[in-house]
Design a protein around this ligand. Structure first.
Ligand code: GLN
Ligand code: ZN
Length: 757
């Protein structure tokens, strides 16, 4: 018995992405989109045919949370006049008249869900059509379907209350949700339904539950799952990404059929095994990693399962993936360019299903020759990976081990004095976050080099041409600290990964980030080392063109880690330290090349925070250490900037302070000066560059607007402490917009400086 919690829906060659984008731009009809979807589902079920069930309703045109909102008719007011797929996509993407619902990270993954908006005057009503269609499709093809649906508690906790009392809204929502389950129950006798409740993995002490305590206490959870179980379905409740012991205890008391637990990211789930044994529940044991891409060690997995079977009989154990396979790429079939050895260590969705099948057979003692052969190969692969020189580089290990984490040579107060004296910048210095518009010429240039269509010299000339224009523009506009514009980078992590040992890049390993957008994360397979200087050539060239300071631009170690698939045979913090040393070497080379300001971007620092409050301290400690390993090498006269694109620092401000960057630029533009107040409250001493306009929109901010924004910043922090900049990189914008916006910033700042003087 084995199953998965969901399959990636985007398609082997991102067919869904293409169909969606064609539909949105009017190039294909709704019927054509639906046909593509149906075709994909069919293909994806075909590969699940040897599992106990095929997953139904894991498919989505955009996002599963949105699907449930739609199925419950939880539509924001501004879209209520729309119907059908039009309203669905309007909620996801906005339309001419109205903005989309917000989108946010799905727990600690890089997948984003659409945040439902709930209001007391909503008219919830169950619509089972889409689930029914998919269910019947699967049945017609001869498969045994299992319906995946987001659990009521997770759905409600992830929603945003727009208007009305939460308790009342929950009551209304619950009743529609139960109606939906009624409809599902009518599809068949004993329909198997898997309820995803990842919110339970956050634990009872999380802010989420402190907040929700008055709405759902233990009794409510038990009682609602009892009502669900009574409807004549086989209800399985799954949690993932962490252990969920406090809630598992409650669920075991209810009448559900089974409980799904993640034993990869929630090792502590083992503590609940005895209780499961005492109950009558089936355990869906998540042992194959659903969100990372390494070949499983089947021997170890088998041992683990055997140990469980000492507590719980084998016929009550179903082997599953730890979470939906949504977070891993489709298959490694087409990766013909990748290093063969590294490739043999990888396992994507298709390969993981095979692992589940074999593991299940082995667990049940059904050892035919194919299974034996697979197990042997698996063992060989794991041995090879363990002993390969690619995964163990002694020099790197020794360097990390012997490295003492240190502070900058002098405290901030002293450093800043030296820097101010040397740089002689005006008050409220203006700068940008790094990237300038990525033009089609620049993209073509990079692609042509990759395809071998142009020589390295031609490429270098093209990049230098861009840098020259970029510097010229910034000088004309009158910015104070310049950047080279990052034309050589397609992505802030990939660019560095490509120049670090220990990374590989796939051709086709796409995973869905949100809607039709996919990312292809770098893969860190081995010990990481900088192969050669990574940015010096471009930055020093840019600096040679101007008397003003050009800021060097690096991606920080924590962000490189958090946006990659990371090896699972070494602790994340060790991998991060290795990256950090590579960045430290780069900083050292930059300062020796007379680059006076260096920015170390940590856009994804916050993304790595653990789900459970009790694990946060540990993460913060090593993430902070890694930033320091990178930056402590900077001499006092070298100014270190960092950049983070969030609008909420409340929880992490102490850690931000401890980073001790001389300057931090942040994303405040959309929240006025609210965010900045946190910095004031804690007595933050270092300098801050709060974004003065939102670069995510094509709108050009007026001089008046920027002036007002700067004035409101000055109400919070003294002028000596402030920098003025946009709130993120400009690479997604057009030159026309950027030129005007930055000129307006400079004019606004000049006016303010005159007034202040
Ligand atoms: N330096 C990067 C840029 O300007 C930072 C991007 C980011 O924060 N996401 O594009
Ligand atoms: Zn940013």
């Amino acid at each position: 018995m084995s199953s998965i919690l969901g399959f990636p829906r985007i398609g082997k060659n991102r067919e869904l992405k293409k169909a969606l984008e064609n539909f949105w731009s009017g190039k294909c009809s709704q019927k054509e989109l639906e046909d593509t979807a149906k075709e994909l589902r069919k293909k994806h079920w075909e590969v699940q045919k040897n599992l106990d069930f095929v997953c139904v309703n894991d498919f989505s045109y955009y996002d599963n949370v949105l699907d449930l909102a739609y199925a419950l008719n939880a539509k924001p007011k501004r879209f209520r006049n729309l119907n059908g797929i039009e309203s669905y996509f309007a909620m996801a993407r906005g339309n001419k008249n109205n903005v989309a619902c917000e989108m946010t990270k799905w727990f600690n993954t890089n997948y984003h869900y659409v945040v439902p908006e709930l209001s007391i005057d909503d008219e919830y009503k169950a619509n089972v059509d889409s689930i029914k269609t998919q269910y019947n499709e699967a049945k017609a093809l001869g498969y045994k379907p299992k319906i995946s649906i987001i659990g009521l508690f997770s759905f409600f906790a992830l929603s945003k209350i727009v208007d009305g009392d939460r308790k009342d809204i929950f009551k209304k929502l619950k009743s529609a949700y139960l109606d939906l389950i009624d409809e599902i129950a009518k599809l068949d006798s004993n329909v198997v339904v898997e309820f995803s409740e990842p919110i339970f993995a956050k634990g009872l002490n999380s802010d989420t539950f402190k907040d929700l305590k008055c709405i759902y206490d233990r009794d409510v959870i038990e009682c609602i799952y009892n009502s669900i179980a009574k409807k004549g379905i086989k209800a399985i409740v799954s949690t993932f990404f962490e252990h969920s012991n406090e809630f598992s205890e409650i669920l075991l008391k209810s009448d559900i059929y089974g409980i799904g637990l993640d034993f990869v990211y929630g090792k502590k789930n083992q503590e609940i095994l005895e209780s499961i044994a005492k109950s009558d529940k089936i355990l869906y044991a998540g042992v194959i990693d659903g969100r990372n891409i390494w070949v499983a060690n089947l021997e170890e997995k088998l041992q683990f399962l055997e140990s469980i079977s000492k507590i719980l009989p084998k016929n009550r154990i179903v082997i599953t993936s730890s979470c939906s396979l949504l977070h891993v790429p489709f298959s490694k079939d087409d990766e013909d360019k990748m290093d063969k050895e590294v490739l043999s260590w990888l396992s994507f969705a298709i390969e993981k299903i095979k692992e589940l099948e074999v593991l299940d057979k082995a667990f049940r003692g059904d050892l035919d020759s194919n299974t034996k052969e697979f197990l042997q190969t698996n063992k060989d692969i794991n041995t090879n990976r363990k002993n390969s020189t690619k995964t163990n580089n002694n020099t790197i290990r020794q360097r990390v081990e012997g490295y003492k984490i240190t502070q900058r040579e002098e405290p901030f107060e002293k450093r800043i004095k030296i820097q101010k004296q040397n740089f002689n910048l005006p008050i409220l210095p203006t700068t940008t976050i790094g990237s300038f518009p990525q033009t089609s010429e620049i993209r073509a240039l990079r692609q042509n080099l990759k395809k071998g269509l142009i020589s390295k010299d031609t490429y270098n000339e093209g990049i230098k041409e861009y840098i020259k224009d970029c510097i010229r523009f910034q000088e004309e506009a009158g910015l104070d600290v310049l950047v080279h514009g990052e034309p050589e980078r397609n992505d802030m992590v990939e660019y560095f990964g490509e120049q670090l040992e220990g990374f590989v890049f796939s051709k086709n390993a796409w995973v869905q980030s949100y809607g039709s957008r996919c990312v292809k994360p770098p893969i860190i397979y081995g010990d990481v080392k900088r192969k050669h200087p990574m940015t010096i050539e471009w930055i020093t060239y840019a600096q040679s063109l101007s008397k003003k300071i050009v800021k060097g631009m690096l991606t920080g170690p924590v962000t490189i880690l958090n946006w990659s698939f990371v090896r699972d045979d070494l602790a994340r913090k060790e991998v991060c330290k290795q990256i950090a040393l590579g960045i430290a070497d780069e900083i050292n080379d930059l300062q020796n090349a007379n680059i006076k300001i260096i920015q170390v971007d940590e856009a994804a620092f916050k993304e790595g925070y653990p789900l459970r409050a009790e694990n946060i301290k540990e993460y913060e400690t090593w993430a902070l250490d890694c930033f320091k390993i990178s930056t402590a090498i900077a001499k006092s006269q070298t100014q270190i900037h960092t950049h983070m694109c969030y609008s909420d620092f409340n929880d992490i401000i102490k850690t931000i302070e401890a980073l001790d960057a001389d300057v931090i630029s942040i994303e405040t533009a959309r929240s006025g000066n609210k965010l900045l107040k946190v910095f004031k409250q804690v007595g933050y001493k270092n300098e801050v560059g709060p974004g003065v306009y939102d670069i995510h929109s094509p709108r050009i901010p007026s001089i008046e607007e920027i002036t007002a924004q700067i004035k409101s910043l000055l109400e919070v922090l003294p002028k000596e402490q402030l920098w003025i900049n946009p709130d993120c990189g400009l690479k997604t914008r057009k030159w026309e917009e950027v030129r005007e916006s930055l000129k307006n910033i400079v004019i606004a700042v000049k006016n303010i400086r005159e007034n202040l003087a």
